[in-house]
Design a protein around this ligand. Structure first.
Ligand code: NAP
Length: 353
């Protein structure tokens, strides 16, 4: 995009929440987008953003949004792109209203993720799934569109899985997640439930983790997405970490491979050049840590500005073939930054502005 082109106006739905505040941070100084509207629930609508929103990010609330009036989450808004950080049950009604009214909606919610005509996008993984937008337009008759981001844990797991699936084929994946408290939004779990504890239940999460990587790694057949055929077994846990999800993966490959071959594939994978040019893309979307005890959420969640997934501890698995560990920043790559990257891809491909 030319630097002298005007920025595209961006609305944030759910701007007062955990992910919404991340959007405010990221879009306050974005080269292509500028914040033009913020929405909240009845609790916040009509109030000044600085009154309605208890700022829970590092650093101050950006000065440019402090006096903006929080709007109800209904069209019209003054925007060319709409970022949605709404709870899924609210998004189910609100996001289509915006798409119907002609807006390009980049959603973080799971409301529409599992529908055949919805791209569940990570630009480095499956940019070709934008072809689904033709089917979406035909099926829904909207002037706008919805592109969704995957669940935060999927956003980390899918990077090594993409490489392994493409180079060796994946038959089985066993996945155990240790998910940060911020993944549940604010206020999240009560301190007395999570302090000094691991809670082995995140409602609905395991189903998402068993489905979403298969969607992301699916192949396009014309305008149809065929899910990747691997089977996935997931166990999701909430742990006493503020930000950053850790994922332990064991995999069974379709082709036999040595540890050295698997490591070489993970280290040398050529991520798409087109995506590296986008403003929010990290130089390296996946970083291989050689240290015996990495990755760790506190040390690795902010790699690549929170956009790089860190992996390590690759070793043989006595039950399947290999095992490894991944760490992803759940509210950046796994939520707001991931959606902003999707919007950048939409802009670069001519869907926006
Ligand atoms: P959150 O902190 O609870 O924020 C929810 C936001 O939605 C708030 O701005 C809230 O506004 C607004 N809202 C609630 N009810 C509404 C209504 N009836 N009408 C209009 N706005 C309403 O949640 P979050 O963690 O940011 O998550 C937002 C979405 O992102 C969810 O779908 C979640 O699953 C997804 N997600 C979260 C993460 C993560 O790591 N947290 C990662 C990936 C995806 P008020 O403050 O005015 O009530």
């Amino acid at each position: 995009m030319e630097t002298n082109q005007p920025k595209i106006k961006a609305a944030i739905l759910g701007a007062t929440g955990m992910v919404g505040q991340r959007f405010v941070q990221l879009l306050s100084n974005h080269p292509w987008f500028e914040i033009s509207a913020l929405t909240g629930s009845d609790r916040s609508a009509g109030r000044k953003y600085s009154d309605a929103c208890y700022w829970r990010q590092e650093g101050d609330m950006p000065a440019a949004v402090r006096d903006m009036q929080v709007l109800p989450a209904v069209p019209p808004v003054n925007a060319g792109v709409v970022f949605s950080a709404l709870p899924a049950d609210i998004a189910r009604d609100v996001e289509p209203e915006f798409a119907r009214a002609g807006y390009i909606v980049c959603s973080n919610s799971s409301a529409y993720r599992y529908e055949d005509d919805m791209p569940v996008m990570i630009p480095e993984i499956n940019a070709e799934h934008l072809a689904l937008l033709d089917s979406q337009k035909k099926k829904r008759g909207w002037d706008g569109l919805i592109v969704t981001s995957p669940n935060c844990t999927t956003s980390g797991a899918v990077f090594p899985l993409k490489v392994l699936n493409e180079i060796f084929g994946l038959e089985k994946v066993f996945l155990v997640s240790m998910q940060a408290v911020s993944g549940a939004g604010y206020p999240g779990m009560p301190y007395l439930a999570i302090a000094d504890n691991v809670v082995p239940l995140i409602e609905g999460e395991e189903k998402k983790l068993e489905l979403e990587p298969r969607l992301l790694l699916g192949k396009m057949n014309g305008r149809e997405r065929i899910s990747a055929p691997m089977s996935i077994s997931a166990q999701a846990n909430r742990v006493a970490i503020s930000d950053g999800h850790t994922i332990c993966l064991s995999v069974k490959l379709s082709k036999s491979a040595s540890l050295e071959e698997v490591k070489a594939a993970l280290l040398s994978y050529a991520w798409p050049e087109e995506i590296k040019q986008l403003p929010s893309a990290p130089l390296q979307p996946m970083i291989y840590r050689e240290e015996a005890d990495r990755p760790q959420p506190r040390l690795d969640r902010n790699a690549g500005g929170g956009m790089a997934v860190s992996i390590g501890r690759l070793r043989p698995c006595p039950i399947l073939d290999f095992r490894l560990v991944a760490v992803v920043h759940n509210t950046l790559r796994g939520a707001a930054s991931g959606s902003v990257l999707n919007a950048e891809l939409l802009k670069a491909r001519g869907f926006l502005g």
